[in-house]
Design a protein around this ligand. Structure first.
Ligand code: RP5
Length: 162
């Protein structure tokens, strides 16, 4: 059963959003990917959000750039947790996306992540952490991932100053 939906406003967002897909794949979490545009396919957005819970989705990772209303509108139409990823935009470098996603009115939250690749990967890691509350094997994988990451950083060296 698909547990996480990854949606984005355009296929031009894929370069960033594939980082979320990569994490979920590495953790063995079943996911789907879809292009759903808040402004250009509003009916599809409503349909996706309205059916998310009954289809068994436990989280929706939504990435968009510019006037990034996709995560907020999804959150308005479903109680499934929405994790928002601001995608870098051409003229404002994603600061517009970030503010569009993070500044939700009280009552309809979107968990908002960093702009770009780190945000996409972290949204997926956060989804893994949520799922891991009910799946001990997933929790073990997450702990092992963090241990490997720790060892990588502990093994880092710096050059001598000449
Ligand atoms: C948003 O507009 C998308 O999320 C994308 O980041 C941005 C540009 O879309 P395209 O013009 O590349 O389709 O809706």
């Amino acid at each position: 059963m698909i547990e996480v939906g990854i949606v984005m406003g355009s296929n031009s967002d894929w370069e960033v959003m594939q980082n979320a897909a990569r994490v979920l794949k590495d953790f063995g979490v079943a996911f789907e990917t879809r292009v759903v545009s808040a402004h250009r396919t509003p009916d599809l957005l409503f349909q996706y959000a309205e059916t998310a819970a009954e289809r068994g989705l436990k989280a929706i990772i939504a990435g968009a750039g510019g006037a990034a209303h996709l995560p907020g509108m999804l959150a308005a139409k479903t109680h499934v947790p929405v994790l928002g990823v601001p995608v870098p935009s051409k003229y404002l470098r994603g600061e517009d996306s970030l503010l569009s996603i993070v500044q939700m009115p009280k009552g309809i939250p979107v968990a908002t992540f960093a702009i770009g690749e780190a945000g996409a990967a972290n949204a997926a890691l956060f989804a893994v952490a949520m799922l891991a509350n009910a799946v001990p094997e997933l929790a073990e994988k997450l702990i092992a991932f963090r241990k490997r990451q720790e060892e990588t950083v502990l093994g880092m060296t710096l050059p001598e100053v000449e």
